[in-house]
Design a protein around this ligand. Structure first.
Ligand code: AKG
Ligand code: FE2
Length: 309
């Protein structure tokens, strides 16, 4: 059993972030306690009834998936702002942006008999060469226990540093194992995939991804969350959703700040949108470095883990 780079919930943002930079991923135990887990499970339950498995190998014929979790699962509104998890996202992505966004929310519920998913990079749909600074931090919240047997997410440590031509080898795959209430965090460019569920019970995870604010969000939060509901959210949650500027001017509505438009603040007419602090932050962020490299397409690899043979 490999060392799974696991931290207690008392770990600091700095130590976990440094470790993710090195190993691609980290696991934090006891992020949700028993009563919080019960709350999440209760809130998920009614949605499972309406859902069916995926229709291709990638989404998984025996995997139930649904998103728009800010609207559907109230506890997720707290989870995305969890001080340690959100703090790590901010520390990891912050050097390349002025603020961060919620990129994706989704339940990934693997029924028994599900096969291992194709290894992929969650940031693969952004046409930016690898390696590059982190674009995305994925977090996978264990709502049930995750084990090698029940499909605990597979990951290739260190693969966020690989160029686009390198393919994973079977022996490089590890299966993450963690008790319910833990969170797996990985850089979006790390090769990973859902595992095969060879156990008798389902494996349930909630994936919550963060990205640089200036990237188009994978899940359109403005349509996922009705405006009447979004208006009730805290300023921090509104900003994380996207009712905030990504850089000066980026994301305005008719020359107004998007949060003011949401909240019905009367318009002031065209003017530079974005305070001086945002301009200063924009000027301070790292330019994403991309050098001249041969163009390579998006990578997905079917590699059989030794423990599946
Ligand atoms: O279910 C999992 O463990 C991971 C699934 C995944 O990586 C994905 O669908 O992008
Ligand atoms: Fe993924």
């Amino acid at each position: 059993m490999p060392d799974l780079n696991t931290f207690p919930n008392t770990a600091s943002v700095e130590e976990v972030t440094a470790s993710i930079h090195e190993k691609s991923y980290a696991i934090i135990h006891d992020v949700l306690d028993t009563s919080e887990l019960a709350c999440v499970r209760d809130e998920l339950a009614p949605h499972f009834a309406e859902r069916v498995g995926g229709s291709d190998d990638f989404t998984g014929h025996k995997t139930v998936r649904f998103g728009a979790l800010l609207a559907r699962v109230p506890k997720v509104r707290e989870m995305v702002l969890h001080p340690l998890i959100h703090g790590i996202a901010q520390a990891l992505l912050g050097p390349s942006c002025s603020n961060i966004r919620l990129n994706y929310t989704g339940v990934m519920h693997l029924e028994p008999g599900e096969k291992a998913q194709t290894l992929h990079r969650d940031s693969g749909f952004y046409p930016i060469q690898n390696p590059c600074p982190p674009l995305l931090l994925a977090t996978m919240w264990a709502i049930s226990d995750f084990t090698q047997e029940n499909g605990g997410t597979r990951i290739i440590p260190g693969s966020h540093l690989w160029d686009d031509k390198r393919k994973p080898e079977p022996e490089e795959i590890i299966a993450t194992e963690m008790p319910a209430g833990s969170v797996l965090l990985y850089i979006g460019a790390s090769f990973h995939g859902g595992g095969a569920n060879k156990a008798a019970a389902p494996r349930t995870g909630i994936a919550l991804h963060y990205a640089l604010a200036w990237l188009r969000q994978e899940e359109n939060q403005y349509l996922a969350v009705p405006q009447d509901l979004a208006r009730t959210f805290s300023p921090e949650l509104k900003a994380l959703m996207g009712y905030e500027l990504s850089t000066v001017n980026s994301g305005f509505v008719d020359h107004q700040h998007p949060r003011d438009v949401l909240d019905g603040v009367p318009p002031e007419g065209p003017r530079p949108i974005g305070p001086a602090e945002l301009m200063a932050a924009d000027n301070a962020i790292n330019r994403l470095h991309v050098d001249r490299a041969e163009a390579v397409g998006r990578a997905r690899h079917d590699v059989v883990a030794p423990f599946d043979r």
